[in-house]
Ligand binder design. Structure first.
Ligand SMILES: Cc1cc2nc3c(=O)[nH]c(=O)nc-3n(C[C@H](O)[C@H](O)[C@H](O)COP(=O)(O)OP(=O)(O)OC[C@H]3O[C@@H](n4cnc5c(N)ncnc54)[C@H](O)[C@@H]3O)c2cc1C
Length: 342
């Protein structure tokens, strides 16, 4: 397998930030991956995994070995819809192919960019469904020594846009394969009002998982800028979860604050609403801005560096903190050296 030196990552991240990998490898089989991890030429070098680069802020060049797994494959393992998929498969292609084969369960997660291997890292979620709802287990190898391990869903530590792979053990594992439990029977999740309304308006014959996928795709296309046209990393901040007392305090000043009740009594605030009220919706400063239709999406109009992105994001976070006393947490993962690229 070729390991390329000094490889540009500019087109490997959807924010189109400039950065290089000291070494870049794209293993396409388990054997190639393990050989790479055990090869003495790379011993002692830092190891970093990237997928489609749709949830990254590349702050600068990445030292050591950058691995972009290209493990392919989509197979049905059992008659009841247990499906196995390789880390290098594109997520939305798997959603489309499983639905076409009559397996349901991923339709709400349609059109989320990126690879299958990255999907468990932040427990991707949309329209009331998260990966953790369907994931049974995953295989991973230790980036340190190539040791293989299987994690059950319970062992993945899934939470809202989080897992053990994003927090407690960030950067320690390379996920190679996922097993997802899908189903034949329709059991659609229609908790979001605009989804439910559009679904109800479909002709009866189209009220199925495929019809729901098409609605999700249309909604996403109407709301989110396409990174191919306007570089971005999707939602730049998580929706902050606050306790009941904090919500009551905020409501007394902001009666129209958007808040979703959580099962534990807390409330999830709409970060986009907070950002809009803090005056950032559609505001541009130099190469960067918060999108005019979707205040939660930070966009690169061209020429920004990772350092610019982090400084701009900090200014947004500071405004929201000052106005509401609420701390925004960044969703995309920061990779690369803190110094500027050459
Ligand atoms: C327009 C747009 C819309 C989006 N909408 C959503 C949404 O609705 N819901 C949502 O949850 N996310 C959303 N995202 C974020 C993003 O699509 C997901 O986080 C996606 O899973 C990232 O996949 P990726 O392959 O691009 O990973 P990358 O961005 O390359 O990497 C993300 C993280 O995963 C790690 N990683 C990547 N591959 C592996 C692997 N095989 N093993 C271990 N670690 C790995 C990386 O080291 C990094 O820490 C959106 C992004 C964009 C640009």
């Amino acid at each position: 397998m070729q390991v390329r030196p000094g490889c540009s990552l500019d087109t490997f991240n959807t924010l189109r930030l400039p950065a290089r990998a000291e070494w870049l490898a794209e293993p396409a089989s388990d054997a190639a991956l393990v050989a790479l991890l055990c090869d003495t030429r790379w011993a002692g070098l830092p190891r970093t995994v990237i997928g489609g680069g749709s949830n990254l802020v590349l702050r600068g060049d990445i030292d050591g070995l950058v691995i972009r797994p290209c493990l392919r494959g989509l197979a049905t393992l059992s008659d009841d819809g247990l499906v196995e998929v390789g880390a290098g498969e594109e997520w939305d292609s798997v959603v489309a192919r499983t639905l076409a084969a009559g397996w349901q369960g991923l339709e709400n997660l349609s059109l989320i960019p990126g690879s299958c291997g990255a999907a468990p890292v932040q427990n991707i979620g949309a329209y009331g469904v998260e990966l953790g709802d369907v994931l049974v287990s995953l295989d991973a190898v230790s980036l340190r020594d190539g040791e293989a391990r299987r994690f059950t869903a319970a062992e993945c530590g899934f939470a809202y846009r989080d897992s053990r792979f994003k927090s407690a053990e960030a950067g320690q594992w390379l996920i190679t394969r996922l097993r997802l439990q899908l189903r034949r029977e329709p059991e659609l999740t229609l908790g979001y009002a605009d989804l439910a309304e559009r679904f109800a308006a479909l002709p009866e014959a189209a009220r199925n998982a495929q019809g729901l996928r098409e609605i999700v795709c249309a909604l996403r296309r109407s709301k989110l800028p396409d990174p191919a046209e306007l570089p971005n990393a999707g939602s730049f901040f998580k929706n902050p979860v606050v306790d009941a007392a904090t919500l009551a305090r905020l409501r007394s000043t902001w009666p129209d604050i958007v808040a979703y009740p959580q099962p534990d009594g807390r409330a999830k605030l709409a970060a986009g609403w907070l950002i809009e009220r803090a005056g950032w919706k559609g505001r541009r400063e130099g190469a960067l801005g918060m999108h005019a239709q979707q205040a939660l999406v930070l966009v690169n109009y061209g020429g920004a560096t990772g350092a610019d992105v982090l400084a701009f994001a900090q200014a947004v976070r500071d405004s929201v903190q000052a106005l509401f006393g609420v701390t925004l947490e960044q969703e995309p993962v920061i990779l690369g050296r803190a110094t500027a690229t050459a």
